[in-house]
Design a binder for this molecule. Structure first.
Ligand code: PXP
Length: 238
């Protein structure tokens, strides 16, 4: 099972003070050297975290796979074609949302998504569609002609109790099985953390998990002792 690490929230932290730290490029290199199989960034239309500068620098230094999450807005498509990531993952985007709230509605936006996929493919960029674990969406993705999808695990991750979680788990398992049978490569992600990841990692047919927020949160806590000790030392040395 491959692990894609989404570093958007390293950039979120940088934006809090509008400075240069923490550096997403440095974070990406640490992720790669720690076992990440790919680096994921979402260049949002409002540029709330990742900027063009990050994307183009990452393109130069990433040795694993650079996976760009993106909407199908024309200016974002243009930047994607210039940056040339190893993979583009099309996601829905709403300005007001805190994070990507649901999968792409491929059924409803069939024509626009098909056009975007065509443009990216013409530029040599393989495309994955981020969709809910729903047969209608999977069938529409197949009809568009993509070879890869990412199943949205958000409903499973946010389940309020075990009953709900089992239901959403089964939904993901069935969707992965169905997609695989149809010849698609299947990835999954959103809301996965240290408590809920194991079950998803056990689903046959899912090749890659993309995880961001929980890893950045864990990094802040796991790294706090070292950070305080280093500051303590500097102050005590005077
Ligand atoms: N996969 C996709 C397509 C996403 O949009 C996101 C969030 O940017 C993730 C995975 C990672 O989600 P999280 O940050 O909750 O781990």
């Amino acid at each position: 099972m491959e692990l894609g690490v989404n570093i958007d929230h390293i950039a979120t932290l940088r934006q809090v003070r509008g400075g240069i730290e923490p550096e997403p490029v440095m974070a990406a290199l640490i992720c790669e050297s720690s076992g990440a199989d790919s680096i994921v960034v979402h260049l949002r239309e409002d540029r709330r975290h990742i900027k063009e500068r990050d994307l183009f620098l990452l393109r130069k230094v990433i040795r694993t796979k650079l996976n760009l999450e993106m909407s199908i807005a024309p200016d974002i498509l243009k930047i994607a074609c210039q940056a040339h990531p190893d993979q583009a993952t099309l996601v829905p985007e709403r300005r007001q949302e805190l994070t990507t709230e649901g999968g792409l509605d491929v059924v409803k936006n069939f024509g626009r998504i098909k056009e975007a996929v065509k443009k990216l493919k013409q530029n040599g960029i393989p495309v994955s569609l981020f969709i809910d674990p729903d047969k209608k969406q999977i069938a529409a993705a197949l009809k568009i002609g993509v070879r890869m999808i990412e199943l949205h695990t958000g409903r499973y991750a946010q389940a309020k109790n075990a009953l709900q979680q089992n239901k959403y788990f089964k939904e993901l398992k069935d969707a992965a099985h169905f997609s695989k049978q149809k010849g698609l490569r299947v990835f999954a992600g959103h809301g996965l953390d240290y408590h809920n990841v194991s079950a998803i990692a056990g689903i046959k047919g899912i090749e890659e998990l993309n995880i961001g927020y929980s890893i950045v949160c864990r990094a802040a806590i796991a790294g706090l002792e070292t950070a305080v000790r280093q500051m303590r030392e500097l102050i005590d040395r005077k």
